[in-house]
Design a protein around this ligand. Structure first.
Ligand SMILES: *Cc1c(COP(=O)(O)O)cnc(C)c1O
Length: 390
């Protein structure tokens, strides 16, 4: 699906790739239509597998085609599909590529919804799951069985921001002839292109940085033509398709991804450095800080950094809650990647059902806070944080 701008820079592709012009429109208009006129051409496309043919909007729409092409281009992938949520993208992909009796290696650090799917639903369908450590590629290798089909990773984990050395995982996947599936939600194609590093499928919750404005739920996958063609019919069967208006908002959001990511990451590293020096902070996790355990890996695979910061407030979870509730500008909410800064404590949100000792073992110690740094003025953000900390 590589379009006419494939040799141009990231920012240019983010603005122009995929956009469909009708009657001279600068933007892709919203095609609020569930179905399309059947012509000789559409009948032929239908017979050939229906992908990228405008027939019925559960299959594809003008808007889903436009934005899927944009995302594929940003990820340096041949093809892509969009979904109604990140979880629709993940569940459809895994159920398309595995059957009863197959095995997948993942990690307890994966996104909570993905963890639930892997521990509750896949086993119920006769698919075996092993959990290993994304920081330790040899733990994945040790978990490989004769029936293993997929290695599943996230480049940057939630909420402790472990960095997963995708280059090492790619070598491992090739060695054992396995598919490497990468959730690139936290890092974005602005920071890293897993396809170029050997991933077979890259998945996004477009709800986060790609949408970028905390106004949609969405998902996307990209990969080569063959693998996307294998997953597409399952999108049609399971029905987790993105509607035209959702696709329109996503396309609009992605157009500014380049400038947004620069602002997110500049703000995040600045806040991380200042937090590290603050007397009421125990520790700060950000992959671009030399103190981060994966600093060297991050420097190699994602040198542009991330907009996510985690830190531990002195005084434990009570102090962390008190701090959060003293904030005026930064909003207490789950999710991430929007233009506005969002903050949460994992212990009473994403990780509330994980026993305290397991949480602590995973690095989510008492006082742990996760901050999705927005694109606001960094001095205003710091003013808000420092008044709440004192
Ligand atoms: C949010 C998220 C998901 C799930 O996406 P939804 O759009 O909420 O369904 C999957 N993976 C990661 C890393 C996420 O942050």
């Amino acid at each position: 699906m590589s379009g006419e701008n494939k040799d141009k820079g990231f920012a240019t592709r983010a603005v122009h790739e995929g956009t469909k012009h009708y009657d001279g429109s600068v933007n892709t208009p919203i095609f609020q239509s569930s179905t399309y006129q059947l012509t000789e051409e559409t009948y032929a496309g239908w017979a050939a597998g229906a992908q990228h043919t405008l027939i019925y909007s559960r299959l594809s729409s003008v808007n889903s085609e436009a934005v899927a092409q944009k995302i594929a281009s940003l990820e340096m992938a041949e093809d892509g599909e969009v979904f109604a949520s990140g979880m629709a993208a993940i569940s459809t992909t895994l159920l398309a590529l595995m059957s009863q009796g197959d095995h997948i290696v993942a990690s307890a650090d994966v996104y909570g919804g993905t963890y639930g799917l892997m521990t509750e639903d896949l086993p119920r369908l006769g698919i075996e799951v092993s959990m290993a450590d994304m920081r330790d590629v040899s733990s994945y290798e040790a978990a490989i069985q004769p029936n293993t089909k997929i290695l599943y990773i996230e480049i940057l984990t939630n909420p402790v921001l472990k960095v997963c050395d995708i280059e090492a995982f790619s070598v491992l996947a090739k060695k054992h002839n396995l598919l490497l599936i990468v959730d690139n939600t936290f890092t974005t194609p602005w920071a890293i292109n897993p396809i170029k590093m050997g991933a077979d499928v890259v998945i996004h919750s477009t709800t986060k940085y790609l949408g970028g404005h905390s106004d949609i739920i969405g998902g996307a996958i990209v990969g080569n033509k063959e693998i996307i063609a294998k997953i597409f019919p399952k999108k049609v069967h399971f029905g987790g398709s993105a509607d035209p208006h959702n696709c329109y908002l996503l396309e609009r959001g992605i157009r500014t991804l380049d400038v947004r990511m620069k602002a997110h990451t500049d703000n995040a590293i600045e806040l991380a450095r200042r937090l590290e020096k603050h007397e009421n902070i125990v520790s700060v996790l950000h992959p671009s800080l030399p103190s981060h355990p994966d600093y060297e890996v991050a420097k190699r695979i994602m040198p542009k950094g991330t907009g996510m910061v985690a830190f531990v407030v002195k005084g434990g979870d009570d102090a962390a809650l008190k701090f959060m509730r003293k904030l005026n500008l930064i909003f207490e909410a789950t999710s991430l990647g929007g233009v506005e800064s969002l903050i949460e404590c994992p212990f009473n949100s994403s990780h509330m059902f994980i026993p305290e000792d397991v949480r602590t073992e995973a690095g989510v110690v008492s006082g742990f806070v996760r901050l999705s740094v927005g694109i606001e003025n960094v001095e205003d953000l710091w003013k808000d944080i420092s008044q709440a900390l004192s």
